[in-house]
Design a protein around this ligand. Sequence first.
Ligand code: FES
Length: 169
Amino acid sequence: MAHTEKDHIKVSAQLESEIDGLISHYPQKRSASLMILHRLQEEFGYLSQPAIEWTAMKLELQPINIYELVTFYPMFREHPVGKTVVRVCRTLSCALGGSHQLHSHLCRKLGLNPADKGPQNTPDGKFTIEFAECLASCGTPPVVMCNDDFYDNVSTDQADKLIKKYNQP
Ligand code: FES
């Protein structure tokens, strides 16, 4: 298959030397896998197939060794996300506290499909909405995270305010 622009990642010289530094801290190169994946995800927003291959190449491993990590750990993403990732807890206490209705409300507000339970991105790239498992505040449902910011007891009114707040250019 012909390679396209999308088949490559552009790792800057500065990032590569930072990653080389990380690798040098470990007696075995492969021990740096998770650190590198975190760093690449921070840089690119997600871990594409080329990013996985690049990591494998740096660590002298097979891409499957890295791919297994990416699919095993829920914090890693294989697809691009919006600028703000809205995570709605769907575990029991939040489900009973209205998180599914809240998810539907948010989807409607953002022009997304309320019936789609997987991650969805708005076409403008501003938001991703998805369900999450317990966000560790079960006494104050429903709980939502917007990137690293935490919100509990989220009403539909508050959800509207959150969308306004994070709807940045
Ligand atoms: S069930 Fe939602 S935070 Fe625990």
